[in-house]
Ligand binder design. Structure first.
Ligand SMILES: [Zn+2]
Length: 168
């Protein structure tokens, strides 16, 4: 982990590390919220993420996240999974290359996960590995996705986005 000093949580004002926007409790609450989202709860990104997190996202990522929410709203489950897979892959690569300054050209999610292991707790890499298995099924067209499995992938990918963008 990075060497750091203390700062103030954007949500509650309690102490947190200066490379994080949210304290541990507020971050846990955000993850819990994402884990229990239903399609009818969500109309756009602001229903999920606080504005100070959205502001740190690139425009194209915001567009892709909103596109995923559109797929969910129209109950296009396989399209939801494909869109979430694209978001996962591009956001991990950008995070490694731009935020974490890894020079490598990452060609697979597996390589990204291995590299991220040095920066994040095991909880995050476990989450990514489980997600990768679900994603591989989607990419290889081994099944058509039900609403239940698409919603699980939606939740898990948006949790990855929360992890990445809670880091300044
Ligand atoms: Zn807080």
């Amino acid at each position: 982990m990075k060497f750091t000093t203390m700062a103030i949580c954007k949500e509650c004002g309690n102490a947190t590390y200066d490379y994080l926007l949210l304290c541990r409790n507020c971050f846990r609450n955000l993850i819990q919220t994402i884990n229990t989202l239903r399609p009818s709860d969500v109309h756009d990104l602001t229903d999920i993420f606080p504005s100070y997190i959205i502001e740190t996202m690139d425009d194209f990522l915001q567009k892709d996240l909103n596109e995923a929410l559109n797929c969910i709203a129209f109950e296009l489950w396989t399209a939801t999974v494909l869109m979430c897979s694209r978001i996962l892959e591009s956001s991990l690569k950008i995070h490694l290359n731009h935020d974490l300054k890894c020079e490598k050209d990452f060609s697979s999610i597996g390589e990204c996960i291995t590299a991220l292991d040095a920066y994040y707790p095991p909880e995050f890499t476990d989450h990514l590995n489980k997600l990768r298995e679900l994603r591989n099924d989607a990419m290889h067209g081994e099944k058509r996705f039900s609403s239940e499995s698409a919603i699980v992938i939606w939740h898990r990918v948006f949790i990855v986005i929360a992890w990445i963008y809670n880091n300044i």
